[in-house]
Design a protein. Structure first.
Length: 350
């Protein structure tokens, strides 16, 4: 049996749906029980609305992988799937094993959540398994800027490593997806190199990161592997991960580099030995309309959609790469960190 309900009418009855609401109100909510692949396929062919929430009551005749393959074109990003009311002899562990295989083969990323919507990365709940789907048929790439950091914190994750490039400016790692670069430009140089090399074939979402996160605050918490996945979800949903905004602090203002003591005035830290304020450099190389530098992505750890990257020409990124790739401790590299938001949002009125 397939019962189709209106998502808007049902959302108020479920705490998880309330918390993760990011789909359109007129989408369908399905309750599926004892429905085989043929029945489900016929139902979907007659209904053009997107599916936002599915409650499966599975039986032994169901082939979960076949069912998911039929559902895949009809599922919105960040929808909810709940597998529950299992028949005798079935376990969530068996179902999750099959779902994990499906997710790897079909580029599906998800989290477990509990009944209140709090994220769990492992679940022992045998009564109900709630999965929040984050990406189906969304291409993405993790781009790491590495010198000699220990990257074992993410290399064990198959989902990341199957969709990652590690740009290495240090000792060889001897991994398949390793690309060597000269040790100049720091993180911005790495990321611009990736954009330039892949400009005509970018993934839908890019996640840019250093080789180490556990010493850096990202959105208020020390970074880890789950931080990267959160950044990816944010770019899928919103086009870019959230920026930090600081207003009225001279150490983060337009000429912040002149408040660093002698280092900020040392001409050897500037390309062509030309000392320049951050805002003047920004107006020349990033956006002439920026008046106040208040929004930024700290430490060059952020995510952004292909759509936003392509708002600029390839030549634009080549010019920025030339600005930063003259040294490994140039002031321009820190200028780019402060202006990433303005690079990918050129049409906003500041």
């Amino acid at each position: 049996m397939i019962e189709a309900l209106n998502y808007k009418d049902e959302i108020k009855h479920h705490s998880v749906l309330n918390k993760f609401r990011c789909v359109e109100d007129d989408n369908l909510l399905l309750k599926v029980s004892n429905a085989n692949v043929e029945v489900l396929n016929n139902f979907l062919n007659r209904n053009v609305k997107k599916i936002s929430y599915i409650n499966f009551v599975l039986n032994s005749s169901n082939n979960l992988k076949d069912i998911l393959n039929i559902l895949k074109p009809n599922i919105n990003i960040d929808c909810v799937i709940i597998f529950d009311a299992l028949n005798e002899g079935e376990t969530n562990a068996n179902i999750l094993k099959e779902f994990n295989y499906f997710s790897r083969e079909n580029n599906v990323d998800y989290d477990h959540v509990d009944s209140s919507g709090e994220t769990l990365y492992k679940t022992n709940n045998e009564e109900e398994t709630i999965l929040i789907i984050h990406s189906i048929n969304v291409t993405y790439k993790y781009v790491f800027a590495r010198f000699n950091e220990d990257i074992s914190w993410f290399t064990h994750d198959k989902n990341i490593m199957d969709n990652a490039l590690v740009y290495n400016k240090g000792l060889p790692l001897n991994i398949e997806n390793e690309i060597f670069l000269k040790n100049v430009g720091r993180d911005p140089g790495t990321f611009f190199q990736f954009i330039i090399d892949n400009y005509d074939n970018l993934p839908d979402v890019c996640i840019f990161s250093q080789g180490r996160l556990d010493d850096t605050l990202i959105q208020g918490k020390l970074g880890d592997i789950n931080t990267l996945k959160k950044l990816k979800r944010q770019a899928i949903l919103y086009g870019e991960s959230p920026y930090v905004e600081i207003i009225g602090d001279k150490l983060w203002g337009n000429d912040w580099n002149f408040h660093l003591g002698g280092w900020g005035y040392d001409e050897t830290h500037y390309k062509n030995q030309k000392v320049i304020s951050c805002i003047d450099w920004t107006n020349i190389h990033v956006n002439k309309n920026v008046k106040n530098l208040s929004r930024f992505h700290p430490c060059c750890i952020f995510s952004v959609s292909k759509e936003k990257i392509l708002r600029r020409t390839k030549k634009y990124y080549e010019n920025l790469l030339e600005e930063v790739n003259w040294h490994n401790q140039g002031m321009e590299q820190t200028f780019v960190e402060r202006t990433l938001y303005y690079i990918f949002n050129p049409n906003e009125i500041y």
